[in-house]
Design a protein around this ligand. Structure first.
Ligand SMILES: [Fe+2]
Length: 252
């Protein structure tokens, strides 16, 4: 699948070593490819954050940064590293198609990464390339270009108001449109309903737009949170804890 890249031959711990020559290549791969999976990584928190520093700036836990606002119920392992778990804010339930943090009152939607630092259960994260879907359907771009919906989390956040966002927006560093409208955070109002969204996804669906990722220990999954929607089915068995970093690319 052209928009997913699996990299097996790089040890990201070496990024901290001066003689490591692939920093720029890694940065470019992540910039160009919406979903990059680095296999078999064994990283300390310091090494994980060093990797993020190659790509951009991580959100931290300071008063005016995002993590403090969004991880009220998550364990903060480090200023910029959250442990997201099966018994966290969303429990075991399925989480429908969404982009992370569209309910958050910032202009830019940040990117994220997930790191399977220990053995976890087989519940996958499923990605859908909405940008590629829109590329194939200029009629939908025309239809949604000037329409707005309101976004709000279904759980408590420190702010109470819905955030108004366009349904689609031009990607900040690619020459294509991305979908912002989603099923988890958009508030049902007027023409927008969850039923409408389900039918919409059905309409734009193509098998080459979906990628199902089942984690193995050591997987580090870096995703372009704007190009892709993602979802998670109901947990079947066993615990699942992942390290997560929220970050804004240098190239924004
Ligand atoms: Fe998510």
């Amino acid at each position: 699948m052209s928009w997913v890249e699996t990299i097996r031959d790089v040890n990201l711990a070496n990024l901290c070593v001066k003689s490591f020559k692939y920093e720029e290549e890694i940065r470019n791969r992540v910039k160009q490819t919406p979903l990059v999976i680095f296999k078999r990584q064994e990283l300390t928190n310091k090494q994980l954050l060093h990797f993020v520093s190659v790509l951009g700036t991580p959100w931290d836990n300071n008063t005016f940064s995002g993590n403090l606002q969004t991880s009220l119920k998550y364990e903060i392992e480090n200023d910029s590293i959250e442990i997201v778990s099966h018994d966290g804010i969303l429990k075991n339930r399925d989480v429908p198609w969404h982009l992370d943090l569209t309910h958050y009152p910032t202009q830019n939607i940040p990117n994220r990464l997930l790191y399977a630092f220990e053995d976890i259960n087989k519940t996958p994260t499923i990605f859908f390339n909405s940008s590629l879907a829109l590329k194939k359907r200029p009629d939908i771009i025309e239809n949604l270009k000037y329409r707005y919906v309101y976004h709000k989390a279904t759980y408590n956040t420190p702010w109470n108001w819905p955030i108004k966002r366009p349904c689609i927006q031009k990607h900040p560093y690619h020459d294509y449109w991305s979908l912002l409208i989603n099923k988890s955070f958009c508030v049902e109002k007027d023409w927008f309903t969850r039923k409408w969204f389900d039918e919409f996804i059905e309409d734009i669906w193509d098998d080459d737009l979906e990628y199902v990722h089942t984690y193995e220990k050591g997987d580090l999954v870096v995703y372009d949170n704007l190009s892709l929607l993602h979802r998670r089915p109901t947990f079947k068995d066993g615990p699942r804890r992942l390290k997560r970093v929220t970050w804004e690319p240098y190239w924004y």
